[in-house]
Design a protein around this ligand. Structure first.
Ligand code: GDP
Ligand code: IMO
Ligand code: MG
Length: 441
């Protein structure tokens, strides 16, 4: 069977966690392939409400293998906290596997994340402060520490001593920060390693075997394509290597690209962004901003505040230019459109279908920040539906205006919408096809 990747089509927080939670029922392996605990995936199901940062959202299905792949960076303390939280709440983590090749977020990464932000001046990114960016920086710079390194005391002592000497020079001489203490880090991270040991495996071999047996594999993306290092709104992006786009799924888990035959693009029915950077359709103030941010008209308690940092998310109208760009970038074969309920109070809705730059109409992404600041959205207006849709489970039961809105997004994305979510809970969705493309309605 093919592997399927679920990716975010915007700037993250599209609702990937809930989409993976639903579709993991059709798969035997669910795997995270990139990023770190900068990701925050909210899942609400019969077991309660959960915020996951590293553990794949398939963990709620008891008989599944949940893999944290080689492309992920792991803050051991955060992962162990997450494992303990799940166990305490009655969710078995017996199926969890951690790649021995995943890189580890170390204390200097947290210090540098903070210090870099302060030094960047106008180019500050608004990172999550989780050390994720600096950990990827070290991975690429070939001074990273990997999970396997923590499991061999002697080897870890040698590696940490070598790396720390170099990092302490950077911390003290470049950043003016105090040096970090070898003994304290050695003891803490050796203990973290021991607590992770039962889950550590050669996940590449495991996933390859599962694929060879014909098992269904779901790759859970983190972030959104517009935050991708190569193809996103650089420099206001994240640092994942491999990329957060679908192509990174193969590398980050250890499969060949031909294994991935379907790509589910998760798109929010409007636009949100956390952190800095251009956002052409942003609504900066007023009633429309308030309605989107607070989710007025949709399910109460699902206002737009970050799962990881609690920051208020910037909000705006659906950007069809960017959405088409990311649909093509990822080879999206199926769309999951989320939070349709959050638009229920609007009399009229806007969709951006082009930009005007220096008097010219363009449908591509400006390459520079200066270009992006000149891009004015060209909007199409559509009537809203102004009725509650949270109980709708069949496409035909949606108000005509809502169906038309979905159709217009399908046209812009050049891909079929197979799932529409109308509330945050697992059951609050209209699902017309499963993640492998089989018709359900
Ligand atoms: P992810 O990072 O892509 O997994 O998304 P997040 O979990 O960070 O953010 C999505 C937010 O939207 C969470 O608070 C979800 O509970 C919420 N959510 C997801 N789908 C829906 C929906 O259909 N309606 C509403 N009102 N909220 C939703
Ligand atoms: P999920 O998986 C939303 C944003 C940060 C910041 C930029 C760089 O929940 O969709 P970083 O800490 O990665 O160096 O920050 O990227 N960012 C996210 N925004 N959702 C995410 O993940 C994000 N991961 C990173 O806010 O603007
Ligand atoms: Mg999130």
């Amino acid at each position: 069977m093919p592997a399927v990747v679920v990716i975010g089509g915007q700037w993250g927080d599209e609702g990937k966690g809930r989409v993976v939670d639903f579709h993991s029922q059709y798969c035997s392996v669910i795997a995270r392939y990139s990023a770190g605990n900068n990701a925050g995936h909210t899942i609400i199901n019969e077991k309660g409400k959960f915020a996951l940062h590293l553990v794949p959202a398939g963990i709620f299905r008891q008989d599944k293998a949940c893999v944290i792949g080689n492309g992920v960076v792991i803050d051991p303390a955060k992962l162990l906290e997450e494992i303990a939280m799940l166990s305490d709440r009655g969710v078995s983590v017996a199926g969890l596997m951690i790649s021995q090749l995943a890189h580890v977020i170390m204390p200097w990464h947290l210090a540098i994340d903070k210090a870099d932000e302060a030094l960047r001046g106008e180019l500050a990114i608004g990172t999550t402060g989780t050390g994720t960016g600096p950990a990827f920086h070290d991975k690429v710079g070939r001074s990273g520490i990997r999970v396997a390194d923590l499991l061999d005391r002697q080897h870890f002592a040698w590696k940490l001593r070598t790396v720390l000497e170099y990092k302490n020079r950077i911390l003290t001489q470049l950043y003016g920060l105090p040096p970090l203490d070898f003994d304290q880090i050695f003891e803490t991270y050796t203990e973290h390693g021991e607590r992770m040991r039962p889950y550590v495996a050669d996940t590449i071999a495991y996933v390859q075997e599962a694929h060879a047996r014909g098992e269904m594999i779901l790759l859970e993306g983190a972030q959104g394509s517009l935050l991708d290092l190569d193809t996103g709104t650089y420099p206001y992006v994240t640092s994942s290597v491999p990329a957060s786009v679908a192509a990174g799924g193969a590398i980050g888990i250890g499969l060949g690209p031909t294994a991935i035959q379907r790509v589910v693009g998760v798109y929010k029915s409007y636009q949100t962004r956390v952190g800095y950077g251009p956002m052409a359709t942003e609504i900066l103030e007023g009633g429309d901003m308030e309605m989107l941010r607070e989710g007025i008209g949709g399910v109460a308690g699902t206002a737009e505040y970050g799962t990881t940092t609690g920051r208020a998310r910037r909000v705006g109208w659906f950007d069809g230019v960017l959405a088409r760009y990311t649909a093509r970038l990822n080879g999206v074969t199926s769309v999951a459109l989320t939070r349709l309920d959050s638009l229920s109070a609007f009399e009229r809705l806007k969709i951006c279908v082009a930009y005007e730059v220096d008097g010219e109409r363009v449908t591509t992404l400006p390459a520079t920040l200066a270009g992006a600041s000149k891009a004015t959205p060209v909007y199409e207006e559509m009537p809203g539906w102004q009725q509650d849709v949270t109980d709708v489970r069949h496409l035909g039961d949606l108000p005509t205006e809502a169906r038309n809105y979905v159709r217009r997004i399908e046209q812009l994305l050049e891909a079929r919408v197979d799932m529409i979510s109308v509330g945050p809970e697992r059951s609050q969705a209209i699902v017309t096809r499963d993640v492998f493309g089989a018709a359900l309605q």
